[in-house]
Design a binder for this molecule. Structure first.
Ligand code: FAD
Ligand code: NAD
Length: 474
């Protein structure tokens, strides 16, 4: 036994590294074990999010948006640019530099907070000991009073379209394509399919997305999904709903696909195929057989409302447990668990976790959709406001989409806020604050919003709940 800690965190993604920092801030002697190997072959902290998720995808979304705007937005401002080109080495290199900056930053934060990092695969043994296997096969065991499992998630693989890293790729592969593919197939019109499909579509790839479900983006509010689909199709994305992939064969650097929809079987040939059909909790090699930690039917670590596994001193957070697979959800759980361990009052409210999809237009929501409320028999009223009537959005030439506010029919309490349009990734924060404070539509309606800003759409939508929006007919 080389060392004894108060807390060992297994996994240094946004759930684990945040838990480790918060635990150390609270005076707990903390270690964090992570096995992620970066593009340069060295240990890279930050997990999926920093290495092959949130951060690199947003870097490519922003670069590709700049390029797309040259031909699709700037002409309306009277600005034209001839012969615009993308230098792929710079395009991908900029993303890699950003990743390195942030993964390296976690190392510095660990140093500043005195978190001890270990590089290797951690396995929880009985009695809160953690065996660490290094890349060279070397083993050491450390122990702690508390262990926080934050092992994250991995992409789901389809048995008939296995990842080969070249033609059939996952999120990591789709963030590292060095030449714009002529034809990109995407399986799954979910968050990754839409974000990364948009990146390559903007650079000129013909992108076809096959989605098994008959409805588009059914996790979002139906009104939002409708606007988004129309805009994505205008941008050139081909979205086929109710389309089930049945075969994917790599032939001479192409992938021959067969899929079935209500009209029968179809064939499609693409140069690359991104499979983005969801992610699953990653727990391979994490738990010795006798730890007592349980997994549910979907392979997620079972925890209670305090992220406790039921085994003394063992907690679990982030993508590896129930709830949305979002970085900020995992980070909040990390903070809360560290605080619970330190005897403080941690707090996570899964009901107000915001969702953002970083497409153009952006999509954001918090709380319940109209369908969820209808299914639950909860009476509600709705207000909405289009960005077409927002001066700032029109001035930006981005007057697309709307804000929709759903409040309880009797109490006026905010139940859900759904947005599609410019800058909604930032606007959603106001709705989350209001909902977290158990606010009403009336509360939002009485708050002064600066003019001219996009946030006026939130204000007007809240006013419209009681049919008193000023800048539209009610
Ligand atoms: P992870 O980030 O997966 O980290 C887990 C870490 O634990 C990894 O480093 C892994 O190597 C390590 N590990 C696992 N097992 C062991 C072990 N036994 N020993 C040692 N180390 C181990 N979410 C958002 O909120 N916003 C976004 O914009 C967003 N964009 C995304 C884009 C893409 C392309 C993808 C794939 C995901 C995106 N997500 C986004 C989701 C987000 O990345 C995850 O929700 C988040 O990373 C989960 O954090 P985590 O710490 O639970 O797990
Ligand atoms: P997803 O769950 O968002 O979407 C998967 C889609 O694939 C669904 O629409 C599903 O119906 C469809 N699908 C499933 N099996 C299929 C099949 N065999 N054929 C065709 N379609 C099929 O999953 P994802 O896009 O892989 O992303 C995983 C998770 O990562 C997200 O749910 C989210 O939690 C996280 N993420 C978040 C962000 C963000 O916050 N902006 C970005 C990327 C990823």
């Amino acid at each position: 036994m080389s060392d004894k800690f108060d807390v060992i965190v297994i996994g240094a993604g946004p759930a684990g590294y945040v838990a480790a920092i918060r635990a150390a801030q609270l005076g707990l002697k903390t270690a964090c074990v992570d096995a992620f190997v970066g593009k340069d072959g060295k240990q890279a902290l930050g997990g999926t999010c920093l290495n092959v998720g949130c951060i690199p995808s947003k870097a490519l979304l922003d670069s590709s948006k700049q390029y797309f705007n040259l031909s699709h937005n700037l002409p309306a401002h009277g600005i034209s640019v001839e012969n615009a080109k993308v230098d792929m080495a710079t395009f991908i290199g900029r993303k890699d530099k950003i990743v390195k900056q942030f993964t390296g930053g976690i190392g510095q934060l660990f140093k500043a907070n005195k978190v001890t990092p270990f590089f290797g695969k951690g396995k929880l043994l009985k009695g809160n000991n953690v065996e660490i296997t290094g890349n060279d096969g070397s083993k050491q065991t450390i122990s702690a009073t508390n262990v926080i499992l934050a092992s994250g998630s991995v992409p789901i693989e389809l048995p008939f379209a296995k990842f080969d890293g070249k033609n059939i790729i996952d999120n990591a592969g789709a963030l590292d394509i060095n030449e714009v593919p002529k034809r990109l197939g995407v399986i799954g019109a979910g968050v990754i399919g839409l974000e990364l499909g948009s990146v390559w579509n903007r650079l000129g790839a013909e992108v076809t997305i096959l989605e098994a479900l008959p409805d588009f983006l059914s996790v979002a509010d139906a009104d939002v999904a409708k606007v988004a689909k129309k805009e994505f199709e205008k941008q050139g994305l081909t979205i086929k709903l109710g389309a089930k992939l049945t075969k994917a064969e790599v032939k001479k650097n192409e992938v021959a696909l067969t899929y079935e929809d209500k009209d029968g079987a179809h064939e499609l040939t693409v140069d690359k195929l991104l499979v983005a059909v969801g992610r699953r909790a990653y727990t391979e090699g994490l738990l010795a057989d006798d730890t007592g930690v349980k997994l549910d039917e979907r392979g997620r670590i079972v925890v209670d409302e305090h992220n406790h596994t039921g085994v003394d001193g063992v907690w679990a957070i982030g993508d590896a447990v129930r709830g949305p697979m979002l970085a900020h959800k995992g980070s909040e759980e990390g903070v809360a668990v560290a605080e619970w361990i330190a005897g403080k009052a941690g707090h996570v409210n899964l009901e107000t976790v915001p969702w953002v999809i970083y497409t153009e237009p952006e999509i954001a929501w918090a709380g319940k959709t109209e369908k969820e409320l209808k299914d639950a028999g909860i009476p509600y009223k709705i207000g909405s406001f289009p960005f077409a009537a927002i001066g700032r959005a029109v001035a930006m030439n981005e007057a697309i989409g709307q804000v929709k506010v759903i409040a309880h029919a009797e109490t006026d309490r905010l139940l859900g806020v759904h947005m599609v349009g410019p800058g909604v990734s930032e606007l959603i924060a106001e709705a989350v604050v209001a909902m977290e404070f158990k606010g009403s539509a009336e509360d939002l309606a009485r708050i002064v919003h600066a003019h001219p800003t996009l946030s006026e759409a939130v204000h007007e939508a809240a006013l419209s709940v009681d049919k008193r929006a000023i800048h539209k007919g009610n």
